[in-house]
Design a protein around this ligand. Structure first.
Ligand SMILES: O=C(O)CCC(=O)C(=O)O
Length: 267
């Protein structure tokens, strides 16, 4: 497999970034890897503060652009909700990992937030890609930006290692997708880490068993360029975002000049 990079990203200024051999092996064999120390302490503090501000400001409307889930504080369309998120979808190691998995030009799928409240959170195992699978061609990569320490009891993401390789859809072969899977592992790591996974892998949020701990994650997902985005960036792009972000960011969002008919008319 080629580990070069989309030449357009390099033309637009992305610094080619080496991606560690061990991380590549984990992505290939297990379907996931964890990059530690990606979010520095001051960025982490800002991300947490803005996460709380958006929850407070949006109240019951929070998350509605993508999905609202009982017992979970969900946020959506974060590209347009603060410049603090601009560096999330441009993180060079993450983009290298995405290219390694997808192996062709990709774009942002969405940036969302997900915080299961104590006593909530368990999701059925699922894959984020619902199309054809088992042929070695991948379409979606997701990343979990850990704004809190992820522990086995606060609702860390579970994933079944190697499940990205199977042609089986989890709902066809696992009777109770909500139940613990014998092979699952938890993506546990300190706040500031980023878990990256091939979205063919079977995964899901787990229950927050704590009394009061937060488990705030940002999901930053990418999809092969030929597919539709989860959040249609052309539809949601706000003028202040368009005015702020770089040509590189516009390419990743797929909102380059010419691709958005009239940015002033976008609400
Ligand atoms: O937040 C997590 O742990 C996983 C969330 C997820 O897989 C989803 O919302 O589809």
């Amino acid at each position: 497999m080629s580990d070069s990079m989309d030449p357009r990203l390099i033309e637009l200024g992305l610094e080619p970034t080496a991606f560690g051999e061990e991380s590549i092996r984990q992505l290939d064999e297990q379907g996931f890897t964890i990059l530690e120390g990606i979010i520095d302490p001051s960025w982490l503090a800002s991300l947490r503060a803005v996460f709380e501000e958006i929850c407070e400001a949006e109240g019951e409307e929070a998350g509605k652009e993508v999905a609202q889930v009982e017992g979970v504080r969900r946020l959506a369309d974060l590209v347009n909700k603060g410049d603090v998120f601009d560096r999330v979808y441009l993180q060079p190691q993450l983009l290298a990992a995405v290219w390694h998995v997808i192996q062709r030009p990709f774009k942002l799928h969405s940036v969302n937030g997900h915080d299961p409240l104590p006593g909530h959170g368990q999701q059925g195992l699922h894959a984020d890609w619902g199309g054809e699978r088992g042929n070695g061609v991948y379409h979606v990569v997701n990343s979990m930006w850990m704004l809190d320490d992820m522990t086995p009891d606060n609702g860390a993401t579970r994933i079944v290692p190697g499940s990205h390789l199977t042609a089986d859809r989890v709902q066809d072969v696992v009777k109770d997708t909500l139940a613990p899977h014998p092979d699952e592992v938890y993506l546990c790591a300190p706040a500031g880490s980023v878990g990256v996974f091939n979205s063919n892998a079977w995964h899901g949020c787990t229950h927050n068993h704590t009394e009061s701990a937060h488990r705030r994650l940002l999901h930053c997902a990418f999809i092969a360029r030929e597919h539709a985005q989860q959040t249609d960036q052309r539809k949601y792009l706000r003028p202040e975002t368009a005015n702020r972000i770089s040509p590189l960011a516009k390419y990743i969002l797929d909102v380059e000049p010419g691709s958005v008919p009239d940015v002033d008319s976008v609400q």
